[in-house]
Write a protein of this length. Structure first.
Length: 254
């Protein structure tokens, strides 16, 4: 993959996490789908107001003013809230982004927060000027394909890897216990745990080869630090999952 087409995040432990950046084509497809949904929803609001208005006018003299106000409010929420709410609560995706197999993440590789989602979409009104010409120019000039909203919020849009299946944090079955860890989990630092957490949360966005190499590198570094011999470790991802579980369990009793 061309280095200019991927986001590389260097962790404090000097492990590189790579995410394929989404370009104008995939983002444009997602926007087309989302805009279609927004237009159909707006049409539904207009039709609903038109159908209910005549009956309300018979019994309520000021119904027209309130219905216009309600319609404007709903359209405002649809324009401003659609992207922000979906991205904040649907793992960085809108329906269009899900169909285009892309998602929004923070520049650090972690899932997007509510604040970041609101911030990036607050500037959508600027990026969408001249049929999104401003946003397209910004993406074309930026090395991470970011529009102005992404620059302000500290976010990027990356591709998902289709062959890796459904997204979830940990394996559906608990991996075999790592007996030699014992009380050594206390030696796991907060930064190492954050590294494990970041990888587990975003691993399905990595190409398979890169995912395996990254998991192996993290497992080797942390396993050596904890003094767990390579022969005593399960598969790298299972090892990292078990470490994360035990760290969380230990944290509950601190």
């Amino acid at each position: 993959m061309d280095p200019s087409e991927k986001l590389t995040i260097e962790t404090p432990e000097q492990i590189a996490l790579e995410f394929p950046l989404a370009g104008l084509g995939s983002r444009g497809l997602a926007l087309l789908i989302d805009t279609t949904i927004q237009l159909l929803s707006a049409l539904a609001v207009v039709v609903m107001v038109s159908l209910t208005a005549p009956d309300l006018f018979r019994y309520w003299q000021d119904a027209g003013k309130w219905m216009v106000a309600a319609g404007i409010f709903l359209l405002f929420c649809l324009y401003w809230g659609y992207f922000a709410l979906f991205e904040a609560f649907w793992n960085g995706q809108t329906p269009g982004k899900r169909q285009a197999k892309i998602r929004v993440i923070s520049a650090s590789g972690r899932p997007i927060t509510v604040f970041e989602s609101i911030a990036r979409n607050f500037l959508r009104v600027v990026d969408s000027q001249l049929l999104y010409l401003v946003g397209c120019i910004s993406c074309a000039l930026d090395s991470r394909n970011r529009r102005l909203g992404d620059m302000v919020a500290g976010t990027v849009v990356v591709h998902e890897v289709q062959e890796q299946g459904d997204s979830y944090w940990y394996a559906s079955e608990r991996p075999a216990a790592v007996a030699p860890i014992g009380d050594k989990i206390a030696a796991l630092s907060a930064q190492e745990f954050e590294l494990i957490e970041t990888f587990l949360n975003r691993r399905l966005d990595l190409p398979l080869e890169q995912r395996a190499q990254t998991a192996q590198g993290i497992a080797n570094r942390i396993g050596d630090h904890l003094g767990v011999a390579p022969g005593d470790r399960p598969l790298p991802e299972d090892f990292l999952e078990e470490l994360a579980r035990r760290y969380r369990e230990a944290a509950r009793f601190r």
